[in-house]
Design a protein around this ligand. Structure first.
Ligand SMILES: Cc1cc2nc3c(=O)[nH]c(=O)nc-3n(C[C@H](O)[C@H](O)[C@H](O)COP(=O)(O)OP(=O)(O)OC[C@H]3O[C@@H](n4cnc5c(N)ncnc54)[C@H](O)[C@@H]3O)c2cc1C
Length: 189
């Protein structure tokens, strides 16, 4: 049983995983290897002058793994709810968690299959997105969504930031106070 299962390890999912795992929450992230970010050459990500999509995605996954996220290459086919527990069916077996973050990018087949409320997308070429609250909650309590599938502007700085935002909001709910994750730089004298 995990605290959180994330579906999708692009910028949105991996960024959420970084915050959750760093906060000590057991975090499992699935990905089926279809990130659109792998097709990008990125020159507009704050603090990173230029990076290829594959390097950005692989670095983000490595960072999430180093902080404690378990990453499994698998296709998630269904999410079922049993009381306060979600059972996540994949082609590698079934896993359980108390909370779910959907970060499936362009892919809405899973979200439509499990019945979270969707709505028309507003970004170019994005037909359908998950209907989320400003915090990132879907119509199903316990299931959150982040990144392209949640309808934000399709840029890595935004989708990564949205994943972080959703993780911080989820952590804040669990902790009963706003979650803050600051490490302090101490310059040598
Ligand atoms: C050609 C191209 C160029 C681009 N150039 C730029 C650029 O220069 N600058 C910029 O800021 N942005 C650029 N972008 C946009 C950027 O890549 C995206 O906006 C953003 O990174 C998407 O992040 P995401 O995490 O929402 O989705 P993704 O990176 O697509 O990640 C979603 C992940 O979910 C996984 N997934 C989906 N369904 C399942 C399932 N059922 N089970 C398991 N895994 C699943 C997918 O395999 C994928 O890895 C470009 C995009 C393209 C296509």
């Amino acid at each position: 049983m995990y605290d959180v299962i994330i579906v999708g390890a692009g910028p949105a999912g991996a960024s959420a995983a970084i915050f959750l795992a760093k906060a000590g929450r057991s975090t499992l992230m699935f990905d089926n290897g279809l990130s659109v970010t792998r097709r990008a050459l990125i020159k507009n990500h704050y603090g990173v002058p230029e990076i290829t999509g594959p390097d950005l995605v692989d670095t983000g996954k490595d960072q999430a793994a180093r902080l404690g996220t378990t990453i499994v290459k698998a296709n998630v086919t269904n999410i079922r709810q049993d009381g306060e527990v979600f059972a996540v069916d994949t082609d590698q077996g079934t896993y359980e968690a108390r909370h779910i973050i959907l970060a499936t990018g362009l892919y809405t087949d899973l979200v439509e299959h499990i019945g979270v409320r969707v709505k028309p997308g507003s970004e170019p070429r994005i037909k359908t997105v998950v209907d989320v609250t400003p915090e990132g909650k879907t119509s199903v309590p316990g299931i959150w969504a982040a990144g392209t599938v949640a309808g934000v502007s399709m840029h890595t700085i935004i989708t990564a930031g949205d994943g972080a935002k959703v993780a911080i909001n989820l952590l804040s709910e669990l902790e009963g106070a706003r979650h803050v994750d600051h490490d302090v730089f101490k310059p040598q004298q």
